[in-house]
Structures are given as structure tokens and as C-alpha cells.
Design a protein around this ligand. Structure first.
Ligand code: TNX
Length: 568
């Protein structure tokens, strides 16, 4: 059965203000339902407030991008975005602006307090486009909106002969949640830095601002750690499905490649959160290190890191989970983990380090062992200057979560069902939550039972999880007893047991990520199968399909969306 949020949350949400996707009337007195505005531009995520005017702005071969100081890097990004499709030069100049120009300005006073991190105000007038924000990040968010106000062909890789007009509009926008994440598992199937950068470009369009990178799992360890060369020499050579090492050969990143991806993400205002999952999901580390008897960082007897069910350990390239664990009381375990954490935190400017913590059955480690490991590891993360993050099991009995800890809730359980205590316990221990319930946010789940035929898992979505399932839920009301202030945001997770190529990844991500991006960004509203917000979202998604097609992004053409003719 599909899961539906409890009625209680629907009733509460019904009392909320209706603004998402809606066009607020010029007088500001009434906010109309989104579906009543068929001509509103197809923005995803829907802005907090938009007022459509009359007329249009036209970008011309003479148009320039006017920017100064901290606005300049964002202006250059915009130029990069608009050049291929228009074929215009669009020089970045310091002003003053003329008609047909787009001007980007850092202006604190334009944005209300409390919205300054990412808020922006965008005015499209017939004589020019004026974007203001308190921060470069806010400008970047506004730039994504500008891209969506232009004709869909703006995403084409080569110049298109269309009039580059935008509707006259006033938009005042800011995110509902600070954390809007995309998680990618490059452990189950390796992805190159280039592939990942392409995906970052694609998700940035929807104002995603967190990239959670799952770097290690039973089947592979994907980044060089100095002092432990076997982690990649041995640990990175396979993938899920590797049979006798003849296919899916694995791979790994150098530290320079990791730094480059972090910088690439930062240019798009995306913060990278590295994750090396522990103490479970660790067969690749164990297989790499349990015979590393000559390593001066270990004590000559590294076999004692292995608390898996298998003695000795052996490779298992299936998608099995819950059989491997690092031993919490082995000094060698800590020599390895300290080194990994030190090097990854040093290369990651963001505030978080994710220690994993999921799926360790008590047949593998008992609760005390588990809690000991999580507590000790969280202290190391804190000492290295980061906030600890982990899957919500890190709130289980015996753990103490340092201030600032973030727990990611992935269980499909809702309301007050069994399983939700991982979320409520985390909050009781002072943690904040990222909501990623698997049946609403796991991008690796099939869209429909047989769609697609050989991609995706079904454990959280036996009947499939299509766009409706990703859109029609609310992060605050999903688990009983959680409050607004407990929730930092949402995340879409692409686990890669079945996903090999960039194409396959895109197909599973889009168009479901758009739903999560809207839930994370746009104001709270009633989101149900019959709601006006959902109908309006589908209308906007149909246009977005043309944008994705123009950009060469693969996606699932769900029957839920009235896709338009992709021919241009
Ligand atoms: C559960 S959710 C896992 C992953 C799998 C995923 C597949 C979580 C924290 N662990 O190890 O890849 O399901 O959907």
C-alpha cells in the first residue's frame, strides 16, 4: 500500500496560508490558488511571492550583465548559463545599467531580516532585469529563477533563434528550509568527478544547496586516504554486481579530485558533506585493512577490526546489508577512522561530517558496542571542528549526541508508528533532523512496479513511488511530535546498487528531485493528490520537461505529468 500522511497533518496543513505556487494579487490582499494562474511562469521551486505584470523584457545581442564586487562571480555564472543558448556575448560590466541589461546587486536592505542568507528580490521590467540579494548565494538563487523565466531553449547547448523574452514580474523569494540536499552513493557504483559535477549542475537549477556524498560502503571505498593506500588499492576495485572483477570495475577519487568537486560545488553554492559510513556498511574497509600488518599506523594485528559476521571477511558484491562492522574496541579501528575523519574534514569547508551509523543489527554489534563507537566517533568529528551528522539510528539508546548534531530520518514510518522513535529520540537528544523518509525521498526506488525494468529497488515502494509520492507530504508533520524548529530540511537520496551510468542516475533523479526541491524551498501549503498546489506543480513540471530535454538531461516521463511536445 502507498503510504499517506496521517489525516492529522492534512488538517493542520489546511489551515496554512496558501502561497506556494500561487500568484499573490497586486494588492497583496488575497493569495489565489496556484491552479487559477495558468499563465504564471513555470518556476520550480515555486517562489514565496510572485506578482505577474504586463509586458515583457527582451534580452538582446547588446545586453550586458551589470555587477560589482561580490556580485561579479555570480554574474559570471549567469553569463555561462545564458551564452550557449543565446549566442550573445553578455559581458559582465560594472555599470551603470542600460536598457536590456540584467543587473545583479548585493543589497542587504532589500531583503527582510531572517531571509538574508538566501533571499532575493527579482524585478523584471520591460527596460531591464534587477536582481537584489543580501548575499551572493541569494543572487545565485535568483539567477536560477531568471533561467526559468526565459524560454526553455535557454538550456540548449547551441544558439537558438528564439526571442529571449521574460514576462514582467516581481518576485520576492526565500527558502522555507536552510537544508535542501541531494545524496549520491558513489560506493555501490563508482561515479567519476566529471559525472558528479554534471549532476551538481543539474540539481543546482532547483536551488539544491547540499551535496551529501556517500563515499564508502561494503562494496567500495572511493577516496584516497594518505597513510592507508590499501583502502583504494584493494577497497576501490569492485562495485555491486562485480563478478570475478570482470564488470563494474569500481574506481576512486584522488584527494585533489575531491577538492576540485568541493570547489565546483561551492561555485554553485552547494556545500559538500562527506560520509564514510560506520560502524556497519564497512566490508570494503575491512577487506582492505584486516591484513595490513606492515602499516606503521596500525599495531601489526589489524585483524581485530573485523566484527562482521564473516571470519575471515570476504567480498560480497551483492546488495546485501547488515553483515559487516568495524570493531568498536579495536585500537586499529580508531587509527583508521581518525585518519579518515581528519583528512576528509580538512578538505571539506562545510560544517558537517557524516559518520553514517545505519543498519547495524544487534547480531553484529550489541547496543553498547554501537553506542560506544558512535559516541567516540562523534567526539572526534567535533574535535576536528565539524558538526556530526548521521542516519537517525545514531539516536538509539546509549548515544550522546554533541550539540549541533544532525540526524537524517530515512525510515518510511510516519505518525507515531514503530520506527519514528529514531526521529523523536534524536530531537530529545538535542539533534536537528533532515527528513528523507525512503518512501518519499529515496530516488533509488522504482517509479512503478515495473518502471523501469532493471533499475531501482522496491523495499520502500512496493507499488512504486512516482512524483505524487515525492510531492504530497510534509517534512514537519511526517513524524508526530516533531516541530518546525526541529527540521533543518529535506534530502533526496540516490543509492546506487542498481545504477551505473549518468543516464540511469538522471532517469531516477528527475523529475522526482523537483518535488523535493519544492518541498524544501517553497512555503508550506496543502500538498495532497487532489490539491491545487499539486496540480499546479504538475503544470510547471510539464514545462520543466522541455527544459530538461533542451539541456540533454534524461528523465522519467511519468504519466502523472501532462508533458508537452518536446519538439522545438
Ligand atoms: C538502506 S537508508 C540503506 C542503504 C541502501 C538503501 C537502498 C540507509 C541509511 N541505508 O544502505 O542503499 O536502503 O534503498
Amino acid at each position: 500500500m502507498r503510504h499517506h500522511p496521517p489525516l492529522r497533518s492534512v488538517a493542520v496543513a489546511a489551515a496554512a496560508v496558501l502561497t506556494a505556487g500561487g500568484t499573490v494579487s497586486v494588492a497583496g490582499a488575497s493569495a489565489s490558488t496556484p491552479s487559477a494562474q495558468p499563465n504564471a511562469p513555470a518556476l520550480i521551486p515555486a517562489p514565496a511571492q510572485e506578482v505577474l505584470g504586463n509586458g515583457s523584457f527582451a534580452l538582446t545581442p547588446q545586453s550586458r550583465i551589470v555587477a560589482r564586487g561580490m556580485a561579479v562571480p555570480v554574474a559570471r555564472e549567469l553569463r555561462q548559463d545564458l551564452r550557449p543558448g543565446t549566442g550573445y556575448r553578455l559581458p559582465v560590466v560594472s555599470g551603470p545599467g542600460a536598457s536590456h541589461d540584467i543587473s545583479l546587486r548585493i543589497d542587504r536592505s532589500a531583503i527582510p531580516g531572517g531571509q538574508r542568507r538566501e533571499g532575493y528580490v527579482l524585478d523584471v521590467r520591460d527596460g531591464g532585469v534587477f536582481l537584489r540579494a543580501a548575499t551572493p548565494h541569494g543572487l545565485f538563487d535568483g539567477v536560477q529563477t531568471i533561467r526559468q523565466l526565459l524560454p526553455v531553449d535557454i538550456n540548449a547547448p547551441t544558439p537558438q533563434a528564439v526571442p529571449w523574452t521574460m514576462p514582467v514580474i516581481h518576485i520576492a523569494d526565500h527558502p522555507r528550509f536552510a537544508y535542501r540536499g541531494f545524496m549520491l552513493d558513489i560506493a555501490r557504483h563508482y561515479k567519476s568527478p566529471g559525472t558528479v559535477e554534471r549532476l551538481l549542475d543539474e540539481v543546482a537549477r532547483y536551488k539544491i544547496n547540499i551535496f551529501h556524498l556517500h563515499l564508502s560502503d561494503d562494496q567500495g571505498f572511493r577516496i584516497v586516504i594518505n597513510g592507508f593506500p590499501r583502502l583504494t588499492r584493494i577497497g576501490a576495485q569492485g562495485s555491486v554486481g562485480t563478478d570475478g572483477r570482470t564488470k563494474d570495475p569500481g574506481g576512486f577519487w584522488t584527494q585533489q579530485q575531491y577538492r576540485d568537486v568541493v570547489a565546483y560545488a561551492a561555485q554553485r553554492f552547494i556545500t559538500v558533506i562527506p560520509e564514510v559510513d560506520t560502524p556497519g556498511h564497512n566490508n570494503a574497509i575491512i577487506m582492505s585493512e584486516y591484513n595490513d600488518t606492515q602499516n606503521p599506523r596500525l599495531n601489526g594485528h589489524p585483524q581485530d577490526i573485523n566484527c562482521s559476521l564473516n571470519h575471515p571477511p570476504h567480498w560480497n558484491y551483492t546488495g546485501d546489508v547488515g553483515y559487516s562492522a568495524l570493531c568498536p574496541h579495536s585500537a586499529n579501528t580508531w587509527a583508521i577512522l581518525r585518519t579518515i575523519i581528519r583528512q576528509l574534514t580538512a578538505m571539506s569547508p562545510g560544517p558537517f561530517y557524516d559518520l553514517g551509523g545505519d543498519e547495524v543489527p544487534t547480531t553484529v554489534l550489541n547496543q553498547q558496542q554501537y553506542a560506544y563507537l558512535v559516541n567516540r566517533e562523534a567526539r572526534i568529528v567535533t574535535r576536528d571542528g565539524k558538526r556530526a551528522m548521521g542516519w537517525a539510528e545514531i539516536s538509539s539508546p546509549g548515544t550522546q549526541l554533541p550539540p549541533g548534531t544532525v540526524a537524517e530520518y530515512w525510515n518510511p514510518a510516519s505518525g507515531s508508528s514503530a520506527g519514528t522513535e529514531s526521529a523523536t529520540d534524536a530531537v530529545a537528544k538535542g539533534a536537528r533532523l533532515v527528513m528523507a523518509p525512503a518512501n518519499h525521498a529515496y530516488l533509488d526506488q522504482k517509479y512503478a512496479p515495473n518502471t523501469p525494468p532493471d533499475l531501482g529497488l522496491t523495499w520502500a515502494c512496493p507499488n512504486g513511488c512516482d512524483v505524487d509520492q515525492f510531492y504530497n507530504w510534509d517534512p514537519i508533520h511526517y513524524v508526530s511530535g516533531i516541530h518546525r524548529s526541529d527540521v533543518m530540511g529535506v534530502e533526496g537520496a540516490l543509492w546506487e546498487e542498481t545504477i551505473r551510468s549518468l543516464r540511469e542516475a538522471e532517469y531516477m533523479i528527475f523529475p522526482r528531485l523537483q518535488a523535493l526541491a519544492e518541498i524544501g524551498w517553497s512555503p508550506r501549503t496543502v500538498r495532497t493528490a487532489g490539491s491545487a498546489a499539486y496540480a499546479d506543480f504538475l503544470r510547471r513540471l510539464a514545462v520543466d520537461g522541455q527544459r530538461m530535454a533542451a539541456a540533454g538531461i534524461d528523465f522519467y516521463r511519468t504519466p502523472e505529468v501532462p508533458w508537452m511536445d518536446a519538439a522545438r
